[in-house]
Design a protein around this ligand. Structure first.
Ligand code: XIL
Length: 343
């Protein structure tokens, strides 16, 4: 008998003794385990997983901060780079790629068993200066090359990519970005086809804000997605950023998610944050979570940061953990809504 296996025997004896002594208590616990209360998970990621969903957070470079990292590790099952995978970060000069920030996040996710959303391949904002100056076919080639190289670099490692971000105006017209003006209406489908070739397995999403109900903007996006599905343009998901306030009207929020889901795409809440505090804020978080779990194809929620301290809307304290990483009322509301979907 090796030293190793004799060492393994000792804990087994210990466990047996504990099990015998605690048999009565265990029987009581077993009965409780079948009640919904006892099943409730005590982390966001764990609670979401009970109904097959992820619960994610946008991550900025604060992983060296102990409370930041432990909160992220414990609560979230998915991550997205708040900035590190955007065009200005990944291709600062033409065809010169810099993947360090994104690579770190993907390595972190792999090590901790979390899935990754990719954000974002093509957007009018946070473009490097050299892209802003391009016209016509040069811009088209730059866009295709960017998508091919970035989605190609991460191929097989991204659950869902925001291929195109924020291409519509409030009135449902196309945003008059450089992409729209230089390339015309076809640039969005061009981007999706290029992404499909570079990473055939990732879910490919269109992502936008102000789509928190049935309105002119979400109507226009709905028509585009319907058309893409009818013509076989590869689109798999629609992201609803959901940058909200305590008084946001969510009267048609669930219905809006459902009509997109009925087109056969997944829907995801991609950048949730709610300005405000206390019960009013918690109620908005609850409504959004309940809407997602009521829609079978709503497969995940991401909040746009871990702590109020580092939020892009820090003054509005819009997240689930306060500056000292304490759980806010909104946290309890989200956790309960996720758990009730599972019971
Ligand atoms: C924001 C980041 O949170 C900030 O750090 C950055 O300065 C600007 O961009 N919609 C999006 C996100 O799709 O990429 C934006 O993120 C917030 C709005």
């Amino acid at each position: 008998m090796t030293h190793g296996s004799s060492r393994r025997r000792a804990p087994r004896r210990t466990r047996t003794a504990i099990t015998v002594a605690a048999a009565g208590a265990l029987a009581a616990a077993a009965a409780l385990a079948f009640s919904p209360t006892a099943q409730a998970a005590d982390t966001l990621g764990g609670a979401a997983a009970q109904s097959g969903r992820y619960f994610g957070a946008a991550v900025a470079p604060h992983l060296g901060e102990a409370d930041y990292e432990s909160t992220l590790n414990r609560e979230f099952s998915s991550v997205v780079a708040e900035n590190a995978m955007k065009w200005d970060a990944t291709e600062p000069s033409p065809n010169q790629f810099s993947f360090s920030g994104g690579d770190e996040l993907v390595a972190y996710a792999k090590e901790h068993g979390k899935s990754v959303r990719g954000h974002t391949l093509v957007w009018h904002a946070q473009q490097p200066g050299w892209v802003q100056g391009l016209t016509g076919d040069a811009l088209r080639q730059a866009m295709r090359n960017h998508i091919t190289k970035v989605a190609g670099h991460y191929t097989g490692q991204i659950d869902s990519w925001d291929v195109v971000n924020e291409a519509f105006e409030w009135d449902g017209s196309r945003r008059q970005s450089n992409l729209q003006k230089q390339l015309g209406d076809g640039w969005i489908e061009d981007a999706f086809r290029t992404a499909k070739a570079a990473d055939p397995k990732a879910k490919l999403c269109y992502n936008d804000y102000g789509t928190d109900g049935i309105n002119a903007k979400s109507d226009a996006i709905y028509r585009m997605v319907k058309d893409f599905r009818a013509r076989g343009v590869p689109i798999d998901c629609v992201g609803f950023q959901s940058h909200l306030a305590s008084n946001s009207d969510l009267g048609t929020y669930r219905q809006n998610l459902q009509r997109f889901a009925d087109l056969g795409v997944h829907v995801q809440i991609t950048e949730l944050d709610v300005g405000g505090s206390g019960t009013a804020q918690a109620n908005v978080y609850r409504q959004v979570t309940q809407a997602c779990v009521a829609v079978a194809r709503c497969n995940g929620i991401t909040v746009w940061g871990v702590t109020d301290k580092y939020s892009w809307r820090a003054q509005e304290t819009p997240l689930l953990f306060n500056d000292s990483y304490q759980k806010k009322e909104a946290y309890g509301a989200v956790l309960a809504a996720l758990n009730s979907a599972a019971s």
